[in-house]
Design a protein around this ligand. Structure first.
Ligand code: ADP
Ligand code: MG
Length: 357
């Protein structure tokens, strides 16, 4: 799958840009504050309906304008071209997919899966567990169509159970234990299947950056081992009432990476942790690439500032071997020079103007 055309109107300092990207490597080169990250944001908006820099999407609208618009054409193997568009005004978002309007960002996310690797991506391993759950859920969502609905039902059931706990209305608690357990167990099963699929790809991508390291990937369900979720919920009722929330369930899930049984965080330098994050995110896209009809478009912001020369070259060498579509920003041509081949496209950005080299 790849984006074969994109047009951005009034996205940050970009008044208008039209690109015909390569299905493989696309380099976005320009000085600081020229609009490189803004261009990546435009691509991201097309796949997620939101930004990776801010939760306030209206911040992306170019100063002095009332709306922004990004449109594009997505090609999946044997499928006809899918036109995709997102229009954002202050307070409203319109998604256009295949010639019709939709409210569902889930549909957009399936039509054009996009992943971003940026400086703050290190929170995937160093931040709160919610980042790791989001990472898993995005992956699962692309493999199991029913996952989103199951997740929604879980969230609803959990909300009901938490309300009963807070109000100390325990007559119906059994019923909600069952509901939470029902959807929670399905969610955990789906995450577990995804983690199993992801593992070999993670080990493969990590092997590009780390020699002689044997990483282990562990998924934690979010409740006590060797117990069903329903049993854990039943046991927890008294202490859940005291706390006013549900302690067990996939909303508490997490995963960890270890080395010889010890947490990777305790052993790796910050730079190495970043490479580990790259390995995880690239594994996600490699896994998609290998599965029949989905593959992600991967945005990598500021490669050079993130990695030393040696690791940057390893990364670019690795990306060249992938069949995934990448958008990679850099502040100077020399950063990417060795990675530009015949299949690659280079875009220069200056004062919000994007020119194809
Ligand atoms: N809503 C906006 N309208 C116009 N310009 C903006 C807006 N938001 C940010 N900018 C400006 O856009 C410029 C480009 O930002 P950015 O894409 O982050 O640059 P780069 O990634 O190339 O360093 C910056 O000068 C920034 O101040
Ligand atoms: Mg930037």
């Amino acid at each position: 799958m790849s984006l074969v055309k994109i047009e951005a109107h009034d996205v940050r300092n970009i008044e208008y840009a039209a690109l015909e990207p390569s299905p493989r490597l696309n380099f976005v080169v320009g000085p600081n504050a020229s609009g490189k990250t803004s261009l990546l944001e435009a691509v991201y908006v097309l796949g997620r309906g939101r930004s990776f820099r801010t939760s306030q999407i209206s911040q992306l609208i170019r100063f002095g304008q009332n709306e922004l618009m990004v449109t594009g054409k997505v090609v999946k193997d044997a499928w006809p071209v899918i036109p995709v568009g997102v229009r954002i005004t202050r307070g409203e978002r319109e998604i256009h997919l295949g010639g019709r309007k939709t409210q569902s960002s889930a549909e957009l996310i399936s039509a054009f899966p996009v992943l971003v690797i940026q400086p703050s991506s290190s929170q995937l391993l160093e931040g709160a567990p919610k980042y790791r759950r989001q990472f898993l859920d995005w992956g699962v969502f692309h493999f199991e169509e029913s996952y989103l609905e199951c997740w929604r039902r879980y969230v609803r059931a959990l909300g009901q159970r938490n309300a009963l706990l807070r109000e100390k209305r325990l007559n119906d608690i059994e019923l909600w234990n069952r509901e939470v357990a029902r959807y929670g167990t399905i969610m955990n099963g789906a995450r577990d299947r995804y983690a199993q699929r992801l593992k070999p790809f993670f080990l493969r991508s990590a092997a590009h950056f780390f020699e002689g390291f044997e990483f282990e990937f562990h998924l934690q369900s979010g409740w006590r081992k060797n117990k069903t979720l329903e049993a854990a919920l039943q046991e927890d009722v008294a202490s859940d009432v005291r706390l006013g929330y549900t302690q067990s369930g996939p909303h508490k899930a997490d995963f960890s990476i270890s080395l010889g049984g010890r947490p990777a965080r305790a052993y790796l330098s910050r730079g190495q942790m970043k490479l580990l994050v790259y390995s995880l995110l690239l594994a996600q896209s490699l896994l998609m690439e290998e599965s029949a009809d989905v593959s992600a478009c991967v945005l990598i912001d500021d490669v050079a500032s993130e990695l030393d020369e040696d690791n940057k070259n390893k990364l670019l060498g690795f990306l060249r071997e992938c069949r995934t579509q990448f958008f990679i920003t850099a502040t100077a041509d020399r950063v990417i020079r060795d990675a530009v081949d015949d299949d690659a496209a280079v875009f220069h950005v200056e004062h919000g103007q994007v020119m194809q080299a």
